[in-house]
Design a protein around this ligand. Structure first.
Ligand SMILES: O[C@H]1[C@H](O)[C@@H](O)[C@H](O)[C@@H](O)[C@H]1O
Ligand SMILES: [Fe+2]
Ligand SMILES: [Fe+2]
Length: 284
């Protein structure tokens, strides 16, 4: 997803295949945590040569060419209406299970399992912050925009790493070279360090339409968990407000995780959190 609000370090290229996957499981606070994805590569490696990577690269090519300032503005307006569907958080999770994310080089489990894995990993580290567990659980629900009930948006418009439009694309963004085919790349209104923004303007302008009682940090996590150029490569810091800086620390603890979980056992806990923080039906 691209955002409206965003400089460089190159991702290391190289072959990071680890031959013996079994040996790469480490024991971490009661969880067995793999160090490689199920294809035998380290996580988020966008430069290995595999069939899956070709699909991922193709995805980013289309994504980088088409995510323009005007497109993102139009999408925000259209989907900000929240007039597509009325449903509960749980119903949304069920819709999500039909979705396959073409941008993810590591994904090999159903979305619901990925959500629970993420949530359980945070719960282990921060047992008392229930709002944070719930953030883990709902963090990828936005992918539901791929579902036909949302007019079936194409993958390039929905998934993949997050970055701002309206200012220069940072070199740390995955497969950066394809931005050279994006019209905004040549538009002087959008291709400078600040572009349409100003110093410290703040990353956050999320509309809190659905009356959640959640802390703002949770919304920040949901919105920016895929903004790797920011939380991993430290790009775009010049656009952050003081509040963003404060919230960033939560993002840094929010990492992809592959802990093994017993879905049946943990489901009731997440249902109770949904009930605590969200209305029964939400506008989407
Ligand atoms: O948060 C993740 C991450 O940014 C991945 O790189 C991307 O493939 C997924 O779509 C997204 O859910
Ligand atoms: Fe995500
Ligand atoms: Fe995710």
């Amino acid at each position: 997803m691209a955002i409206l609000i965003d400089q460089p370090e190159f991702l290391e290229a190289g072959f990071n295949k680890v031959d013996n996957v079994e040996k790469e499981m480490v024991f971490d606070g009661g969880f067995m945590v793999p160090q490689t994805n199920s294809f035998g590569y380290t996580f988020r490696d966008y430069h290995v040569e595999s069939e899956r990577q070709q699909g991922v690269e193709n995805f980013y090519r289309t994504n980088h060419i088409n995510q323009t300032y005007d497109f993102v503005k139009r999408m925000r307006k259209e989907y900000g209406k929240l007039n597509k569907v009325g449903m509960s958080i749980w119903e949304c999770c069920e819709l999500l299970n039909d979705v396959v994310d073409e941008s993810d080089p590591d994904l090999d489990e159903p979305q619901i399992e990925h959500l629970l894995q993420t949530a359980e990993a945070i719960r282990k580290d921060y047992p008392d912050e229930d709002w944070l567990h719930l953030a883990g659980f709902v963090h990828d629900l936005g992918k539901v925009l791929l579902h036909p009930s949302f007019e079936g948006l194409p993958q390039w418009a929905v998934v993949g790493d997050t970055y701002p439009v309206g200012c220069a694309f940072d070199k740390s963004i995955v497969h950066h070279k394809y931005f050279e085919e994006n019209p905004d790349f040549y538009n002087s209104a959008y291709n400078t360090k600040y572009g349409v923004y100003s110093e410290g303007c703040g990353l956050n302008n999320v509309a809190k339409v659905n009356n959640t009682t959640w802390p703002p940090a949770a919304l920040f996590i949901i919105r920016y968990h895929s903004f790797y150029a920011l939380h991993r490569s430290e790009a775009y810091k010049h656009l952050m407000s003081e509040e963003d800086v404060e919230n960033l620390k939560w993002l840094q603890i929010f990492n992809k995780s592959k802990v093994r979980i017993d879905v049946e056992k943990v489901n009731p806990y997440y249902l109770s959190l949904i009930e605590k923080y969200f209305p029964a039906k939400l506008r989407w």
